[in-house]
Design a binder for this molecule. Structure first.
Ligand code: GLV
Ligand code: MN
Ligand code: MN
Length: 405
């Protein structure tokens, strides 16, 4: 499975993946998913929101055990964020069959569309639409950097966007959703009590609240060689000060605040910018801290903007509240995986996931696979083959424990 996925959407310049929603690379990933489903005799479905499903057993029967993740990537993403969960799901199903397990609940594998939000700026579009956390009206307004709207992109990919929107009937069929994911940190790699080499697999406890804010800094374009310093209204200065303020606020409060994307107009070497647009990604252990951090960054931006003659507008583009994974399912996973007496680590994450979105509608849980460097959202993301195989068997144990009596 990895060998087939490896070349899809990979930049030969960086080695990173550029699998953006509704592009050719996305279509190739989707074709791969469908072929995997069909080669195993699973019933393949594409839902109204562009999420793919592969069913073992009757999809209508209800109380299904669903696993899966996503195949799209951030700009120059790694190979594992998303695909590890989907590949492991198919491999775990193969292992269940090899064990002769007889599920008495339907099982399904999913590939949720546009999890990273790399193209349209909003993460988890497929699961948010299904769960009613993104309205079709707002989805119709999403545009990529070239001004192509989400429905236009879907249509261009040969998919009818007319039916996008809440899908409560589909979610009502799910009794449990379990997403396996590469860890995006080093918690599992670090030694802990009774596990001097760390642990290959862990169970998620919670997802930090997080969101994306667009900061528009508007000044005045002018000549870099002739405009006196005191006559300038340079938004780059306001932006720079805001980036530093974000770092300081995050350090002080134990939160995270990142400006990782910036657009400049007119973007000329010898012109003072007229507009700098920067996107803040911020996350914190709790919503009070997150609000405080973002408020502090906004105040720093407007305060500096007043000095620079620069207008500052802040738009919240997305927000995901704290997710505390359902304790019953989380504890069941921990018990299933700790059967040999070695307790499985239970850990929170700052990364967003479709499992977090779905957690408002169905019981969800997550498994993490050790990441030796902790690097993610980068071509350098990695996981050891043995750990990936441990993840597959853990997922098979979980599916068997949930679906087979
Ligand atoms: C998704 O990976 C996110 O946390 O941004
Ligand atoms: Mn990601
Ligand atoms: Mn992911």
């Amino acid at each position: 499975m990895w060998a087939e996925l490896l070349p899809i959407g990979r930049s030969s310049a960086t080695g990173g993946y550029r699998r953006y929603a509704w592009t050719g690379a996305d279509a190739d990933c989707r074709a791969w998913f469908r072929a995997q489903a069909e080669s195993r005799g699973l019933a393949y479905e594409l839902d109204r929101n562009g999420n793919q499903w592969a069913w073992l057993g009757d999809p209508e029967a209800g109380n299904a055990v669903v696993t899966g993740s996503h195949l799209d990537s951030v700009p120059d993403g790694g190979a594992f964020d998303g695909p590890l969960g989907v590949v492991s799901s198919f491999a775990a199903l193969d292992e269940l069959r090899a064990r002769g397990a007889q599920p008495d609940r339907p099982l399904a594998i999913t590939n949720f569309g546009d999890e990273e939000g790399a193209r349209f700026g909003l993460a988890c579009v497929g699961s948010r639409l299904a769960a009613g956390q993104l309205t079709p009206e707002r989805a119709h307004e999403l545009r990529d950097a070239d001004g192509v709207s989400l429905p236009q992109a879907m249509e261009h990919a040969g998919y009818d966007p007319a039916g996008i929107g809440p899908d409560p009937e589909r979610l009502a069929r799910i009794g449990a959703f379990v997403e396996l994911h590469v860890e995006q940190g080093r918690a599992l790699a670090l030694p802990s009590d009774g596990a001097p080499d760390g642990s290959p697999v862990g169970v998620a406890s919670a997802i930090w609240p997080h969101g994306r804010w667009r900061f528009d800094f508007r000044g005045e374009a002018n000549h870099a060689g002739t405009t006196r310093i005191e006559d300038r209204r340079d938004p780059m200065l306001t932006y720079a000060e805001t980036v530093l303020a974000a770092r300081a606020a995050a350090v002080r409060t134990g939160a995270l605040a990142t400006f990782g994307k910036v657009a400049v107009e007119p973007n000329g070497v010898n012109a003072i910018a007229s507009l700098v647009r920067g996107w803040l990604d911020s996350r914190a252990p709790d919503e009070g801290t997150l609000d405080a951090v973002v408020g502090e960054i906004e105040r720093a931006a407007t305060g500096r903007g007043a000095r620079d003659g620069v207008a500052v507008d802040v738009t919240r583009e997305s927000f995901t509240p704290v997710v505390e994974f359902e304790h019953g399912l989380r504890d069941k996973l921990a018990a299933l995986l700790g059967r040999d007496g070695t307790p499985v680590p239970v850990l929170p994450t700052g990364a967003g996931h479709d499992a977090g979105i779905l957690s408002a509608s169905v019981p969800t849980a997550m498994l993490f696979v050790r990441n030796p460097t902790g690097v993610s959202h980068s071509p350098a993301e990695t996981a050891a083959e043995d750990d990936c195989l441990a993840g597959v068997s853990a997922l098979a144990d979980v599916l068997e424990g949930l679906a087979c009596r």
